[in-house]
Design a binder for this molecule. Sequence first.
Ligand code: PHE
Length: 340
Amino acid sequence: MLEKIKELTENINQYQIDSKEQLEQFRLEYISKKGKISELFENFKEISGEQKKLIGQELNKLKQFAQEKFEAFSTELSKKEVLIKEDIDYTLPPPPAMLGSRHPLTVVREKIIYVFERMGFNLSDGPEIEDDWHNFTALNFPHNHPAREMQDTFFIEKNPDITLRTHTSSVQIRVMENSTPPIRTLSPGRVYRNEAISARAHCVFHQIEGLYVDKSVSFADLKNTLYVFAKEMFGKDTKIRLRPSYFPFTEPSAEMDVSCLICKGKGCNVCKYSGWVEIGGAGMVDPNVLENCNINSEQYTGYAFGMGIERITMLIYGIKDLRLFTENDVRFLRQFKAIE
Ligand code: PHE
């Protein structure tokens, strides 16, 4: 009897199945009431004496082993079947991959650059950690002048000569120091000001500034450039308005408004019912600034302008909270496409 049990265990161990038919065959042979194991149980009834206990145990082990093997075969087989059923056509193109989208600030920055590049501006770049000379002094901010406070500067504690740049006008100084007119350049970049973060203000934001220095550049050139920009950027019916203002590095200086994109000048809560929204500052480069960069102010004149990229992006898309730009919420970020 023990011999027989051993033999059947061996057989089951070596059993292989590939089909439902073979699985059924296995069931009939080992599991069913008419199978080999049931037969052994029948014979077992006749056994008596010392061996009964041992044989009983072995027989039960065999029964359990057969049952486990049967279940293992069934699951293996159903897995195989699923694969066969899936019936994949490997020649079909794959489903489209989820592509990321561009950040709205990138979309708007690129559009602004595109517009000015077509007017002959090139791009320039500079460090975000600046020295006092490039961020202030060369730009005609006298020492201890209140205009420095206007900019809410972050200073490096150990060295007050080093700041996080408060505007990208610092890049324009670098360009003027290192080249000779004609200069027509655009400097986009990240700037820092010590402001509490709210829906309308942030301590890190982006500017894009433009500079044109050549012989006989006039305020009329500046006005026309901004006018063309506004039409290209916001639509051909857009109007611009320049209001007198003050910056240490430009004289005369102006704040630049465009007619409200939302209400087209009729008055709404975005433009606070004035019909106009401010997008930046502009002016004729102060002769002192040109001289600071070794450009002869008797020979050359220039204009400069600067605008906030966040501001313009909020206007174009009707975004009401500046903090959305830095929260990286994909539900927000997925909504933006390139501007035509
Ligand atoms: N640099 C100014 C600012 O950050 C903007 C500006 C640039 C104004 C160029 C006039 C000319 O506020």
